[in-house]
Design a binder for this molecule. Structure first.
Ligand code: ARG
Length: 585
């Protein structure tokens, strides 16, 4: 289904063509002076030069042709050559009839893709911290947007399970519990199925080991050796690694569940290991890799680089593989298992250079077909009010669980005056808290840093998740009342009878355009800006219109149709953002 803007632009393009001018001049934009008009076209200004005519004359001529299209209530040519357009109420109502009859509200995708999304990216044995929050929140929303738009999306958490953190834990554990069978090189039996630690212990062991390795050189060396031994397949270490993985994954799943973030694949860096030999062979066969100071590298600098892009190191001089190696091998794996049209990474923007290198090696080595798209969606840092990366009051790394708990509590406190049973108040606080957290993040362009501000994010007014939820709750309550009074919405939309009514309708009619653009640009913030506008338009309409007291039954039924659809659009949008609205708040 064509978007509203496309339909309008088609009409203006036809009108320019009918005047013997380039139809491309018919480009239309939403007006930046909504007091004057709803849409505008500036093509006559651009046409003037080649047509050797005053722009206002061209605008007049084009405007004349547009008047009878049935789309517009008014078409005005104004000096020096603008064409100002106001939509006809009938056309608007019919557009909404068509959109609301469509399951996807008019969203279309002529070229659906199979997309692998790499997001989340936590590291096992380390507690999920706020740094991983953005990847999860943004990634989940982009995934839902892309799916809404008809793509097949496979979300992969891509666990970090193969690096030094594993060796650190193993070495530390060996010091603490040297008698564990995992450390007995002569042990022949089966390893216990129960892990020798809990998640709580694991989360204490890792930071302790990490701190120790910074001052204790001998320990650091043992941790490195343990990492290499694990990667080489020493059975006791492999068994421990499996325990670490299982215990961590169970905890991670619980946390992601709380965030309403879901992955289709729980693949790990280690899963790419079997593909490394093939990767090395390809790089060698294509003459791409060479030794540099003992390390195996691929040059990836390009003549137009404005910033130095260093060679991509594939193997260190001791033969160990690196983060790059794993990512390249993973691309090989993904190509074999899924042959995706696109791989999209949602990772901290500080890893930009890493992905530039990885993508360049991928292209040079043709690890995927040339038409397969590789995208890096780099996000900025979540800062505290001091403008520095968000920390606990003590200056430590804030655990995600704690952060969520704090937000839920802030909402709970705000709702002290509500007449809600305790349990219900807790439940609603969690629903609102999640919206506050996610919307607070998603309403910013992903690449920008933002300031985490509990008070602002949890406010029921302004550009916040709770404000959007509140608007939906308000609509739900009106509809409940209407239904209790035996009132029903009309079958079709009515033409608007006030400016507030019309502006809300125009905003609703833009849904498919906004959703398609958000998908194209991987931009949840566009959905946020859109629903903020809808919520504002709705609230203006609601204040100006006494829906329940409307004496004209047909009009009243039209209003109910409009707000029912407003609710549907808002709920569709928050679903792709990754949260829901409660029934009351
Ligand atoms: N585990 C990594 C980190 O914490 C993020 C992984 C991102 N994904 C990837 N394919 N490199 O920094």
């Amino acid at each position: 289904m064509k978007t509203l803007l496309e339909q309008i632009a088609e009409k203006t393009a036809d009108a320019f063509a009918a005047c013997g001018l380039d139809p491309a001049l018919g480009r239309v934009t939403a007006s930046n002076r909504p007091d004057l008009c709803e849409y505008q076209c500036n093509g006559a200004l651009a046409a003037a030069k080649t047509a050797h005519k005053a722009p206002i004359l061209i605008a007049d001529e084009v405007a004349d042709r547009l008047k009878d299209s049935g789309f517009f209530a008014s078409v005005e040519a104004v000096k020096p050559g603008f064409i100002n357009l106001k939509l006809s109420g009938k056309f608007l109502a019919e557009s909404l009839d068509a959109a609301s009859a469509d399951e996807k509200h008019g969203v279309e995708n002529p070229h659906p893709e199979k997309i692998i999304m790499d997001y989340g990216g936590p590291n096992v044995a380390k507690p999920l911290h706020v740094g991983h929050l953005r990847s999860a929140v943004i990634g989940e929303s982009v995934k839902r947007i892309l799916r809404y738009c008809g793509n097949t999306v496979i979300g992969d958490v891509h666990l970090g399970d193969w690096g030094l953190q594993m060796g650190l834990i193993i070495a530390e554990l060996q010091d603490r519990q040297p008698d564990l069978v995992y450390f007995d090189p002569d042990y022949q039996g089966n390893y216990p199925s129960e892990a020798p630690f809990t998640i709580g212990e694991l989360e204490e062991i890792y930071p302790a080991a990490s701190a120790r390795s910074k001052t204790d050189e001998a320990f650091a060396a043992r941790a490195h050796a343990a990492t290499a031994a694990l990667q080489d397949g020493v059975p006791g270490y492999r068994a421990l690694w499996r325990h670490i993985l299982n215990v961590s994954v169970a905890d991670l799943k619980k946390n992601y569940e709380k965030l309403d973030v879901h992955f289709d694949l729980w693949k790990k860096e280690s899963d790419a290991q079997p593909y490394i030999p093939e990767l090395l062979q390809i790089l060698k066969d294509k003459n791409l890799s060479h030794l540099s100071n003992g390390a195996l590298v691929v040059d990836v600098a390009e003549p137009d680089d404005t910033k130095e892009v260093p060679p991509c190191i594939i193997l260190k001089s001791d033969g160990a593989s690196l983060y790059q190696t794993t990512d390249l091998a993973t691309i090989l794996e993904r190509q074999k298992l899924f042959a995706p049209d696109r791989i999209l990474y949602v990772v901290d923007k500080r890893q930009q250079m890493h992905f530039t290198q990885v993508f360049r090696v991928t292209r040079k080595a043709e690890l995927v077909p040339p038409e397969t798209k590789l995208n890096f969606l780099g996000f900025g840092t979540m800062n505290g009010k001091d403008g520095k990366p968000f920390k606990t009051r003590e200056g430590g790394v804030m655990r995600l669980e704690t952060l969520i708990g704090d937000i839920d509590q802030a909402v709970y406190d705000k709702m002290a005056d509500r007449d809600l049973p305790e349990e219900e108040r807790r439940r609603v606080s969690e629903t609102i808290g999640l919206a506050a957290l996610k919307y607070g993040d998603l309403s910013n362009q992903a690449s920008k840093d933002y300031v985490f501000d509990v008070d602002r994010f949890t406010s029921f007014e302004g550009n916040t998740g709770p404000y959007i939820q509140y608007t939906i709750v308000r609509i739900k309550s009106i509809l409940r009342k209407a239904s209790a009074n035996g009132l029903a919405a009309s079958e079709k939309f009515a033409a608007p009878d006030s400016d507030a009514d019309k502006q809300l309708m125009i905003a609703l009619a833009r849904f498919s355009e906004v959703m398609e653009q958000a998908a194209q640009e991987f931009a949840p913030h566009k959905i946020c800006a859109y629903i903020y506008e809808i919520a504002d338009q709705f609230n203006r309409f609601y204040h100006e219109t006494n829906i329940m007291a409307e004496p004209d039954a047909a009009k009243q039924a039209g209003y109910l149709k409009l707000i029912t659809y407003t609710r549907e659009i808002l709920e569709t949008c928050i679903q792709v953002l990754g949260f829901a609205a409660p029934d009351q708040m």
